[in-house]
Ligand binder design. Structure first.
Ligand SMILES: [Zn+2]
Ligand SMILES: [Zn+2]
Length: 337
């Protein structure tokens, strides 16, 4: 069996039925799976998915403080810019284009560190990266961890139900996982530690990084604007953390053919270019499926791509030593015909 066929921990309902069609579990089944796979008392190997949602849970008090204690239009504006534009663009720059696709390279570990820590630490790299390889290999097919045809909840809870790595990888397959993660700078478990924890990520390092990252940013936000700003921006990060989990369902047209002539040029899957994720985070998803390794996804004039602007800026100051840009290939192939 090919590596990408078994690198993810399959849900108990399986990826496909006997006829090879996508298994479409009911919402109840999906929710039951979700809570089973978050239960760290039943299985310690659930720890990483648990931590990922526990962080979202920890952001809830900040959200309540923002709404009931600190709300003002200025704070709302700050929260909007942070939660939509900054968190969104950072997800594209870091998790998507760098960690998964290697669309650009840092000149040194310092700039990689700075970029990784540039926003509140929420989504574990391992959960995003490995499953995203599978997503590209099996887009809209059974086995795609956030197959939009599975429905909203199938995608929304995918980081727990479908995205964690398998727990029974051979030593060789686990080595392949470590190779896919090596350039991210996230230090991983040895094979023996992986057999114990079920993850590439190491629990102590994961928790330390998280706490230091949040403490640092809370301090900075507090110095810049007191409790009000700190709570508002943490609240915004929480809204982003929930909202980003809806992206994969939306980005593949809710599992329906929503591609438009003159906008979506890639017809090999159901990905679509959407104005909002494009403008705030550079996620021109149909373009991205055409050229996944490109550090730029906004190819047309109106397709603002702030993630690309960040990468270009780092390149200008010498922090990025290499990037790939497929804009010219896109223009030649699709626009000059
Ligand atoms: Zn996609
Ligand atoms: Zn991608």
């Amino acid at each position: 069996m090919a590596f990408l066929d078994h690198v993810l921990h399959p849900p108990s309902y399986g990826w496909q039925d006997d006829r090879g069609e996508l298994q479409r579990p009911s919402v109840t089944t999906i929710l039951r799976e979700f809570f089973n796979r978050l239960n760290i008392f039943a299985d310690r190997k659930n720890w990483l998915a648990f931590v990922s949602w526990f962080k979202v849970f920890c952001l809830l008090p900040f959200f309540l403080l923002f709404v009931f204690q600190f709300f003002s239009w200025w704070m709302l504006l700050a929260a909007f810019v942070y939660g939509m534009v900054i968190m969104g663009t950072h997800g594209t720059v870091w998790h998507h284009r760098y960690c998964t696709h290697g669309a650009y390279r840092f000149s040194n570990g310092f700039w990689r560190f700075v970029t990784r820590q540039l926003t509140l630490n929420i989504i574990p790299e391992e959960i995003y990266v490995i499953s995203h390889y599978v997503h590209h290999a099996k887009s809209d097919q059974p086995g795609d961890p956030y197959n939009a045809e599975g429905g909203f909840w199938y995608c929304f809870l995918a980081d727990v139900n479908h995205q964690p790595i398998a727990r029974d990888l051979s030593e060789n397959d686990y080595k392949r996982v470590t190779r896919l993660m090596a350039h991210t700078g996230v230090k991983g478990n040895t094979y023996r530690q992986y057999q114990y924890w079920g993850s590439y990520a190491r629990p102590l390092a994961t928790l330390t990084t998280w706490l230091l990252n949040w403490s640092f940013w809370y301090g900075i936000f507090y110095l810049a604007g007191g409790y009000a700003l700190a709570c508002s921006l943490f609240a915004a990060a929480g809204v982003w953390a929930v909202g980003v989990r809806t992206f994969n369902y939306d980005g593949h047209g809710h599992g329906k053919d929503k591609q438009r002539e003159g906008i979506d040029y890639n017809r090999a899957d159901r990905s679509i270019n959407q104005l909002w994720p494009g403008l705030v985070a550079g996620e021109w998803h149909n373009n991205h499926h055409l050229y996944p390794k490109s550090a730029r996804s906004g190819f047309k004039t109106y397709q603002l791509d702030m993630a690309w602007l960040y990468i270009r800026l780092l390149h200008c100051v010498g922090a990025v030593s290499y990037y790939r840009d497929d804009k010219q290939n896109f223009v030649t192939k699709y626009l000059k015909r």
